[in-house]
Design a protein around this ligand. Structure first.
Ligand code: BDR
Ligand code: CA
Length: 331
């Protein structure tokens, strides 16, 4: 008997602000056999839009990634531009490792939000959006074509925090970077009728790639392993000073891990709102589906899923295997 055909790979658009952990998550997607990466869209965040777009093009060239790169939002929807977090990702967004002046890969002709609309309309019901930067491009796409919400298969984001395992914020005591960077965009995204899975600090800060893990990756994952080692020196230093951990939190790759194997996570459902002003700006608050309250601003909003716990050992193993095998296949 012939063996049953493998399911078709998932079509994914990766919305990103590379960014050290963004770069590590990009290769996790690119090397995952179950993913067909159909586009990379950039957004400001870890660095300016010029820098994050240049970095995405550089990664595309360096790792021979076929997916096109479409340039996205240069500023948040409502908030003014603020200084970039050079102290986390370096001045060039990639840990200040030298990047060539000239990149030959060219940008896609469409801006990111129109690229998203075009791809979703072309492949109704098939596209998953994995968004690991500010949610500005997703909000712009929804504003221009609200009908795409019903045509997107799934949205998986890295962002937010809900207080599980003591994790509630990394920019303020209650706000995570991707959400506080454009809280209005995040709130609009959560109000849309599409299924969102939120992979927040509750799980990403539970997972640490130690120096020893990064060393082993460098030894076994060829060019990718060496590159990850180089770009993560700056990031590791930041985390050592800021939190005392020996290694790096695994933010953006956690969203990819959910996509590849949701069984790694425990979850809770309910509508989500984002605080858009005041001292709690950027806070993400979910009303659990299981609880009832007197009338609240969450009434009538769609349910979304948040991740509340993660099997870190299985996740780190999945990442390691995917990168090592992907690198070997391309050597
Ligand atoms: C998020 O902010 C950025 O620094 C990282 O790339 C990640 O997407 C973590 O809060
Ligand atoms: Ca990011």
């Amino acid at each position: 008997m012939p063996s049953p055909a493998a399911p078709a790979p998932m079509k994914v658009i990766y919305d990103t602000d590379p960014g050290i952990d963004d770069a590590m998550a990009l290769l996790f997607l690119e090397y995952a056999p179950s993913v067909d990466l159909v586009g990379i869209t950039t957004v400001l965040g870890n660095a300016s839009i010029d820098t994050t777009t240049r970095n995405a093009l550089y990664l595309k060239e360096l790792f021979e990634i076929e997916a096109p790169v479409a340039r996205g939002a240069a500023k948040p929807l409502v908030l003014p531009l603020t200084e970039e977090p050079h102290y986390v990702h370096g001045h060039n967004g990639l840990g200040d490792v030298p990047i060539p002046d000239t990149i030959t890969a060219a940008e896609h002709e469409l801006p990111a939000h129109r690229f998203i609309i075009e791809m979703v309309r072309k492949h109704p019901g098939e596209i998953t959006l994995v968004a690991v930067g500010r949610m500005t491009n997703l909000a712009l796409a929804l504003r221009e074509d609200p009908g795409i919400a019903a045509l997107v298969k799934q949205v998986v984001i890295m962002g937010g925090a809900f207080g599980y395992s003591g994790h509630s914020g990394n920019v303020t005591p209650v706000a995570e970077a991707n959400i506080i960077g454009d809280p209005h965009a995040a709130d609009e995204m959560f109000a849309a009728q599409w299924p969102i899975v939120v992979v927040g600090l509750d799980v990403t800060q539970e997972c640490v790639m130690t120096t020893a893990y990064m060393q082993e990756l460098r030894e076994k994952a060829g060019k990718a392993g060496q590159f990850f080692w180089d770009i993560s020196r700056f990031y590791e230093d930041f985390y050592r000073k800021a939190t005392g951990i020996d290694g790096i939190f695994v933010h953006d790759s956690s969203a990819v891990a959910y996509l590849l194997d949701p069984s790694l996570f425990e979850t809770r459902t309910g509508p989500i709102k984002v605080v858009t002003e005041g001292i709690a700006i950027g806070q993400t608050i979910q009303k659990p589906t299981t609880r009832s309250f007197p009338p609240t601003p969450w009434d009538g909003l769609p349910d979304h899923t948040i991740c509340t716990a993660v099997d870190t050992e299985r996740f780190l193993d999945l990442y390691f295997r995917t990168i090592v095998e992907g690198a070997a296949a391309r050597a």
